[in-house]
Design a protein around this ligand. Sequence first.
Ligand code: TXA
Ligand code: MG
Length: 325
Amino acid sequence: MAEIGKDIAKAKAYLEKGDLVGIPTETVYGLAGNALNPDAVAKIFSVKNRPSFDPLILHTYDLDSVGHFVKQIPAPLRSLAERFWPGPLTLLLPKKDIVPDLVTSGLDTVAVRVPDHPLTLGLLGVLDFPLAAPSANPFGYISPTKASHVNDQLGEKIPYILDGGSCKVGLESTIVGMEGNQVTVYRLGGLDIGKIENVVGKVEVMAHSSSNPKSPGMLKSHYAPTKPFILGDLDELIAEYNLKGRRFAILAFRRYFPQISDHLQIQLSRDGDLSEAAKNLFAAMRALDSLDVSVILSELMPDVGLGKAINDRLKRAAVPEAGNH
Ligand code: TXA
Ligand code: MG
């Protein structure tokens, strides 16, 4: 198992040797390596069991440092960075040659973000390279929002996890780039589109296209528990699965189901607060996935604000494994 601690100097030493370290961010935990060292980047793909055609996000200390890695920043994207970094926003920008092709899977754009977590910003501040970091989960599984999640799944394969507590946003960053002159969202995430539109006006959303995805994170089946995950009306699903005699667990937005025992149900936010629901989502999916049940029943959130990003993850979790895993 990995060592878990808050020691930035230790994390730095491992990263400088080309080893990988689990890092906290405000969205989810990352599996980080030196982005300018192709051997470290190759380790990321192998530890995660991730196909090499799925590019990584470069994490940097601040907006100024991004200039080392990209040729230019289109004006609307710069406005977004100024407004929302550090924060759950990733920008797709034209890359400079210094960024290894392995990081970008050969694309001529690189995904960049400045994460909002004091430990990881402290770490980035003492490193003289940026960090490539995908979410620290095996490819296709639910993203980790606690150090223990990372340790459970990747602890055998990495030496150290920087423990920054529970992620306060709980959903991966929103990925934004340009299609010509049009600001375009490629992955719904922790930064609500309404906030982006307040800065740059109407955006295009390409996050739901399924054919030839530009962002492989748009693969339909992703963020998926190992148990079948069924979405629908919970009253109907409960009746149906009771009839079938199946042992099930429930992931609800806010409603409590008195006829179901407490340990078999989780409410994402009893107050109906979508930020709280987002923060709790992945830990709840993991907890239910570990129960002695054969199926997880769930429902969609209200399709507004962060609810849209939560619903995106719920729908991908519900795609059968045989799909596009
Ligand atoms: O919140 C986050 O973004 C977390 C934390 C750790 O920062 N990271 C994360 O990384 O979610 P990952 O690797 O799980 O998802 C990154 C997504 C992938 O779907 C990838 O396809 C997309 O970003 N991506 C990366 N570079 C890209 C590029 N140049 N063009 C299009 N999509 C890109
Ligand atoms: Mg991921």
